[in-house]
Design a protein around this ligand. Structure first.
Ligand code: SF4
Length: 167
């Protein structure tokens, strides 16, 4: 039997109850349609670096120290914990035959693009950011094909992604 390509995925898209509110974001065009062509490696950065379920939601906040990952209610800065964990996790992934990654859109950890960054008073200062884990992944693995859940809703984009991860 032919081995399916190994593709990382934001775990909530497969129906894992890992979101801040204890829910999932099951997305059948990922879990079923794409899932029939690849073998998934589910990863939830926020759970893996130590935030529980349920947890305070997080957002990206602009500061003198650059863009930070901060909890919404108590403004706890979780950037260091996230980046330390991500560096180790990316080291682990470098040792696997990873062929692609599918990211959850609109997540301060996982979004590939188009994410809002806020100032300390809660105003949006820009809307072109990537989630922290997604950005670190792209920097570390610039040649691995990536997509997000929104784009993969289009069957043509899905077919194109499948052919790229099979190369
Ligand atoms: S978007 Fe990423 S960090 Fe948020 S629940 Fe899904 S996998 Fe976890």
């Amino acid at each position: 039997m032919k081995v399916k390509p190994l593709v990382g995925v934001s775990a909530c898209l497969l129906g894992r109850n890992v979101r801040y509110d204890g829910e999932s974001k099951l997305t059948p065009h990922i879990s079923d349609s794409l899932g029939s062509a690849v073998e998934f490696l589910p990863i939830c950065p926020e759970v893996e670096f130590g935030l529980g379920v349920p947890r305070e939601a997080v957002q990206l906040v602009d500061s003198q120290n650059g863009v930070r990952l901060q909890t919404l209610d108590f403004c706890r800065d979780e950037t260091e914990r996230m980046t330390e964990w991500a560096n180790k996790r990316l080291d682990d992934l470098a040792g696997l035959p990873l062929c692609g990654f599918v990211f959850k859109s609109r997540s301060p950890s996982c979004a590939l693009r188009g994410l809002d960054v806020f100032d300390s008073s809660g105003e949006i200062v820009r809307s072109d950011a990537s989630g922290i884990f997604a950005r670190m992944f792209l920097e570390r693995f610039p040649d691995i094909p990536v997509e997000d859940e929104d784009r993969l809703a289009d069957p043509t984009a899905r077919d194109s992604f499948i052919s790229r991860v099979k190369k």
